[in-house]
Design a protein around this ligand. Structure first.
Ligand SMILES: Cc1ncc(C[n+]2csc(CCOP(=O)(O)OP(=O)(O)O)c2C)c(N)n1
Ligand SMILES: [Mg+2]
Length: 626
């Protein structure tokens, strides 16, 4: 030990010095892992990490944010747009600053996107406890609000002594750069420990290159998977986000083109194949289209690549009705590879698809002509339906579907659309025509309201040369739009399309389908006469709100004006918010699909009882895959 060269720095300085030396490499391409750090300061991090960041402005850039949740979303979106090869750290003070990051942490972890969280923490010495914002407990002094990060982090640690950093930081990097395990990583930094100095071993600060592995599948299972495919008459691929993260789009294209096997898409996987690729049969599941959902219904083999098989993807396990259906799951995570009693190919999507293409190519396997014709017919019918819905206007106001069509038409192939919650994600999955991988950026693992604008900032940071179009509902906008200010501060232009339907429209619709007749999800005044939210719509001036933050604002009223506004927004050099009132009644229909939302089993309401009967009938289609 005594011969080890050391560097005496504070815990905060050591952390930043270490982070600035982390690189990743995949397929021979090397890049710094961290693009910098987002942070909001308080007494829990200002003198520790704040000081360290001031000393390292050349090597590690600090970005301000308005809300800790927002900054974690921005960081998460940045990682997503970089296919997890780059990331941000996020620092917060103790207490509320830290717990504001919890929702962001869960969002990142659910979506398997890397983000390093560095919340300040209560004094390790405990001498001056309770420090401002400390939550005291009667049962332990070893617990702080930062323990709440444990279930929403893939790795969690607290640095109570400086030397703990030496093992904590490499462990954090292992998880952050693991394709299977990545997500939020939390290292809680007590505010006194941040400022403590220690003679750290010099090796801690040397450049490290983390090789991102492309795991190969087991040979026996690979051969069996190829046999299953050859035996199948109606196979169907589900393309999930893992295809994009593995940069496996060319491999999927080659596999689908060589075999003729149709490819359906999830929210995370959309864009891996262009919408007009002959094997792309469009979205699957609860918010899927007719082509993919009818093929799924009859499929005898489902090849699920890089997907978590969430309830939206499987239409709550009603999507696959063939009694003999089998699954092959290609996934880096065993958790996903083993779902639905599948043949598990625990592997990188690109490697597995290339090996499967080779294995099937040797036998000249292709799906038969009859099935090919059916696929072509279903695709045509679906694409016509998409066109119809996008272009049909009725009523005075634009419909959400029309807006999606017009925004889509105003994009270049590599521009990005960002969305997360509300009625938009389902409609976007059905109606958006993605042309390049990464251009369709939906956070639908956590479907977290508030991700939209904050996330679009991260997507823009990842590729500042591309336009980023954010589609956001009025509810989400009201919940978290503060990072508009950050976009203006940083000169990172966003084009925000705000769809105002006066409420939590999709939940209003959902409530109605469960038999409800209330206004709990509409933005209305409380009426004194009824005591209910039954009054006029709230007169929220979104245009004035956005303008007050420094954004350009446009308020088009019809198709032509929206087209012009989108062109104007593209020409503008500053974040532009397009405020649109949309028709709350015109909804995009569902297509051969269902979503399990249990309806009250007993109720005084006849409409709820009716909805319950329908619910029970639908639920009989749910299947066990064990
Ligand atoms: C943080 C968070 N809270 C609650 C929800 C549940 N939720 C899903 S969509 C939605 C309404 C969203 O309203 P808006 O953004 O206006 O979109 P709209 O439904 O009107 O299309 C709610 C409350 C959620 N997804 N995220
Ligand atoms: Mg709304």
């Amino acid at each position: 030990m005594s011969t080890t060269r050391t560097r005496t720095v504070t815990v905060a300085q050591a952390t930043i010095a270490f982070l600035s030396q982390q690189f990743v490499e995949r397929d021979g391409h090397e890049t710094p892992f961290f693009a910098g750090i987002f942070g909001i300061f308080g007494h829990g991090n200002v003198a520790g990490l704040g000081e360290a960041l001031e000393q390292s402005t050349e090597t590690f850039r600090y970005y301000q944010a308005r809300n800790e949740q927002g900054m974690v979303h921005a960081a998460t979106a940045f990682a997503k747009r970089n296919n997890r090869l780059r990331a941000f750290a996020c620092t917060s003070s103790i207490g509320p600053g830290a717990t504001n990051m919890l929702t962001g942490a869960a969002t990142a972890t659910v979506n398997r996107l890397p983000v390093l969280l560095l919340p300040g923490d209560i004094f390790a010495t405990r001498q001056v406890a309770p420090v401002l914002q400390q939550l005291e407990r009667t049962d332990s002094q070893d617990v702080s609000v930062n323990d709440c990060f444990k279930p929403v982090s893939r790795y969690w640690d607290r640095i109570n002594r400086p030397e703990q950093l030496v093992t904590a930081l490499p462990a954090a990097m292992r998880v952050l750069t693991s394709p299977a395990e990545t997500g939020a990583v939390t290292i809680a930094l007590p505010q006194d420990v941040q400022a403590e100095a220690f003679a750290f071993p010099e090796q801690l600060f040397e450049k490290r290159i983390h090789h991102i592995q492309r795991a190969r599948p087991d040979n026996t299972l690979l051969a069996r998977a190829a046999e299953w495919m050859k035996d199948s008459k109606r196979p169907l691929v589900i393309c999930g986000g893992g295809v994009l993260y593995a940069e496996a789009s060319p491999a999927l294209d080659a596999f689908a083109s060589a075999t003729g096997i149709p490819v359906s898409e999830t929210q995370a996987g959309k864009g891996a194949l262009a919408w007009d690729h002959p094997q792309n049969v469009g979205p699957i599941g609860s918010t899927g289209g007719t082509a993919a959902n009818l093929l799924a219904r009859d499929a005898d083999l489902v090849i699920a690549v890089g997907t978590r098989l969430s309830d939206f993807t499987t239409a709550s396990k009603t999507a696959f009705q063939n009694p003999d259906v089998r699954f092959i799951n290609v996934n880096v995570a065993e958790l996903d590879a083993y779902k639905h009693a599948a043949l598990p190919l625990v592997a990188d999507a690109r490697v597995a698809l290339e090996l499967l293409t080779d294995a099937l190519g040797q036998s000249g396997f292709q799906i038969d002509r009859e099935q090919r014709e059916r696929i072509a017919q279903l695709r045509n019918a679906w694409n016509e339906e998409v066109h119809r819905v996008r272009t049909t206007s009725s009523g005075d106001r634009l419909s959400q579907a029309e807006v999606i069509g017009l925004v889509n038409d105003a994009t270049e192939p590599e521009d990005v659309v960002v969305c997360a919650a509300g009625g938009l994600p389902g409609d976007l999955l059905k109606l958006w025509r993605a042309r390049t991988p990464g251009s369709y950026h939906l956070e639908y693992g956590y479907s977290c309201m508030g991700y939209e604008i904050a996330g679009s900032l991260g997507a823009k940071m990842a590729r500042p040369d591309r336009e980023v179009f954010v589609m956001v509902g009025d509810g989400s906008y009201l919940m978290l739009s503060g990072e508009l200010t950050t976009s203006i501060q940083e000169g990172l232009k966003l084009i925000v399309v705000l769809l105002d339907n006066h409420g939590f429209g999709c939940i209003h619709g959902l409530a109605g389908s469960c038999g409800a007749h209330n206004t709990f999800n509409q933005f209305r005044f409380r009426e004194q006469s009824t005591g209910l939210l039954s009054g006029e719509s709230l007169p929220i001036d979104f245009a004035a709100n956005a303008a007050s933050l420094g954004a350009h604002v446009l308020c088009p009223k019809d198709r032509g004006a929206l087209q012009q506004a989108l062109q104007q927004a593209r020409r503008n050099d500053r974040t532009t918010v397009i405020v649109l009132e949309v028709d709350a009644e015109q909804r995009v229909p569902g297509y051969e699909s269902w979503w399990d939302v249990p309806v009250a089993a007993v109720s005084a309401s006849a409409s709820v009882e009716q909805a319950r009967r329908e619910y029970e009938a639908n639920r009989t289609r749910e299947r066990w895959f064990v």
